[in-house]
Write a protein that binds this ligand. Structure first.
Ligand SMILES: *Cc1c(COP(=O)(O)O)cnc(C)c1O
Length: 399
């Protein structure tokens, strides 16, 4: 089969809830992916930062294969011999006391919402069913009905209501707006330290410190969604580390499994996660031995192989070089580490055509929010590979 045949087959049976670039990939290795025609591309999306460790990392692959041959799923009705080790690696790497494993990012966000509400009722003594969680305009926390219910993006919500009450939207990056929105019923503030899907929006310096301080003063939980920004992407383990702040609740997913398998988790204190009792919450696949083995290895790989430092060093280099491209189309280059957004001027005619031009030159990047191209390659990228990419990006942005 050729590219057109694969596309026709997919479109014949599949719901069209995505508009992918018409490239049909069949193999991946590190920062490179290969299509069914034998073309090679530099992956500048990394599956929305799920493959920070690079495609098909050999150590993670080995952990997957070894575990798949032994035991894959027990459900949590029984214990398995991989879960404790995964918890230990995750908690020791991140410095949190406790964790609750799920599968997808959205499930982990839902879990964090439940934890915050339970903490609000049990500890803060908010009246039943009155808990409020403050969220930001431009947020992306996933696609469940509760989560899209507090999105500010009309398309994410349209035709999917009625929605879960109890969420309050405020502008992103505005600490004063957070303080003003707090009521006695506020239990938590849920925020991305950099808005990834929102267009790589970096809040003002000091924002996360101010948020930490406000949450302390008003006794509300600071919940960071680092599903995209976490695990090395921005050049630190967590994007919150750039301001040395520690959220009360940390949500991770995506690169937690190096792209092999859906694994997500909520990290927090004993005071908060210890509130869950048997039967309060669960997931058939959450915490399964295959996911646990994969995630424990994916985390070790990230740390052992210096990927976080590489993201810091080469991210800064990539961003500086992108900013120097003399393009008539570019409005701004921004980001942290290897999470970089290039915002185009409105008159550039949208980012899609630039992404299509990059595709013909062997670079896969995806537009976000019409005018922004995101460059987020796997964290194993080398300076030579970035230099190669810059030649082509320069050609496309100056054509
Ligand atoms: C991708 C993402 C999610 C949702 O994760 P899924 O695994 O797609 O459910 C949530 N929050 C952020 C910040 C994300 O980037």
């Amino acid at each position: 089969m050729r590219t057109a045949d694969y596309i026709a087959l997919e479109d014949r049976y599949g719901a069209k809830n995505y508009l992918p670039l018409d490239v049909v990939l069949t193999r991946g290795d590190g920062v490179w992916v290969y299509d069914v025609e034998g073309n090679k591309y530099l992956d500048c999306l990394s599956s929305y930062s799920a493959v920070n460790q690079g495609h098909c990392h050999p150590r993670i692959l080995q952990a997957l294969v070894d575990q798949a041959q032994k035991l894959t799923l027990t459900s949590r009705a029984f214990r398995n011999d991989r879960l404790g080790e995964f918890y230990k690696v995750l908690c020791e790497t991140t410095g949190y006391e406790m964790t609750l494993p799920m599968n997808t990012g959205a499930e982990a966000v839902e879990t964090a919402i439940k934890a915050a509400r339970k903490w609000g009722y049990r500890v803060k003594q908010v009246e039943q069913d009155k808990a409020e969680i403050i969220v930001c305009e431009g947020n992306f926390h996933g696609r469940t009905t509760t989560i899209v219910g507090f999105s500010s993006e009309p398309q994410y919500r349209e035709d999917f209501g009625p929605f879960t009450p109890g969420f309050v939207l405020i502008p992103y990056g505005d600490a004063a707006a957070l303080e003003a929105a707090i009521t006695p019923n506020t239990v938590a503030f849920l925020v991305e330290p950099i808005q990834g899907e929102g267009g790589v929006i970096v809040p003002p310096d000091g924002y996360l410190r101010a948020v930490r301080d406000i949450c302390n003063r008003h006794n509300i939980l600071f919940m960071a969604d680092e599903i995209q920004t976490g695990l090395g992407r921005t050049g630190k383990l967590f994007a919150c580390d750039h301001e040395n702040v520690r959220p009360d609740v940390m949500i991770v997913g995506k690169a937690l499994s190096g792209g092999f398998y859906p694994v997500s988790a909520v990290l927090s204190s004993r005071e908060i996660l210890g509130l869950f009792r048997p039967g309060d919450h669960g997931s058939t696949f959450g915490g399964n031995p295959l996911g646990a083995a994969v995630a424990a290895t994916a985390l070790s790989v990230l740390v052992d192989e210096g990927m976080i430092e590489n993201a810091a060093r080469l991210g800064q280099y990539f961003q500086e070089r992108l900013a120097k491209i003399p393009s008539p189309y570019v409005k701004e280059v921004r980001g942290k580490g290897l999470l970089i957004g290039v915002e185009l001027k409105p008159e550039a005619g949208g980012a899609r055509r630039f992404c299509e031009a990059l595709q013909t030159r062997g670079i896969l990047a995806k537009e976000t929010h019409t005018h922004i191209i995101r460059f987020a390659p796997p964290l194993v990228i080398t300076r030579q590979e970035i230099d190669w990419a810059l030649e082509h990006i320069t050609a496309v942005l100056t054509a």
